[in-house]
Design a protein around this ligand. Structure first.
Ligand code: 6PG
Length: 229
């Protein structure tokens, strides 16, 4: 059993979202640099975080990964973050979208430069049912990149568009990495990522911050052999 992750198991997806929202609100109030996940799971956490604390004026917000689609495309992770969080705030943070209009490679270069020297306080990450996190997919060459914060990479799932992603190195430099996963379809991946030795099969298991927490509902935690609270 891996001892490097604190696993928090709650009953419902709503409670998991509330737990993640608490972490985000604390970081926003502290004026932190916060990396946010895309996908569908964190939407509720963002809504709850915005409702709890509408002033994010001291914080800066980054994306852990982005789909290379036109600005305003609803499939973009920036669109999710804007709709569920930023548009609901009275004082927005300094938001750093990925400049997808440049194309994947140039957008990754630009984001890499922008992120240089930033100390990430909290990185909220999702978990794919295949074990990916951000746009770090199993056995991808991106997993080996040590000298960059951000790279362009291919998609291994819908939407089938190029991705820009923070590297294992960049995400692992965060003071606190927080995974949020709910639902039975995440259970096998959660076991591999949080309860088994690190493997390139399961990129989420390679990302560990100074401190790492996994917030799971009971369905996602179903296969994790945990006696932890
Ligand atoms: C993305 C992501 C990705 C996501 C997982 C889980 O751009 O899709 O950031 O890594 O977190 O695929 O997605 P769900 O929350 O939709 O299951």
């Amino acid at each position: 059993m891996s001892a490097d992750v604190t696993i928090t198991v709650v009953e419902t997806p709503e409670e998991a979202a509330a737990e993640a929202a608490r972490v985000l609100v604390d970081a926003a109030r502290a004026g932190g640099s916060i990396v946010l996940a895309g996908g569908s799971t964190p939407r509720r956490a963002y809504e709850l975080a915005a409702a709890t604390e509408p002033d994010w004026g001291r914080a800066s917000v980054w994306l852990g990964d982005e789909r290379v689609v036109a600005d305003g495309d609803e499939r973009s992770n920036a669109a999710l973050v804007r709709a569920a969080l930023l548009d609901r705030l009275t004082v927005p943070p300094n938001f750093h979208p990925v400049r997808t209009e440049l194309g994947a490679e140039a957008a990754a270069d630009e984001y890499d430069r922008e992120l240089s020297g930033v100390a990430i306080d909290v990185a909220l990450l999702g978990l794919g049912s295949d074990g990916h996190t951000a746009s770090l997919f199993a056995h991808s060459p991106a997993l080996d990149v040590r000298d960059r914060h951000v790279v362009a990479t291919e998609a291994r799932l819908a939407p089938w568009v190029e991705r820009v992603t923070l590297t294992v190195e960049a995400l692992g430099a965060a003071a606190h990495v927080v995974f949020l996963a709910v639902g039975e379809d995440k259970a096998a991946a959660a076991r591999r990522a949080f309860d088994e030795p690190p493997s390139r099969d399961t990129p989420a298991g390679l990302v560990r911050g100074a401190r790492t927490t996994a917030i799971l509902d009971v369905a996602a935690a179903g296969l994790v052999r945990c006696d932890r609270g």
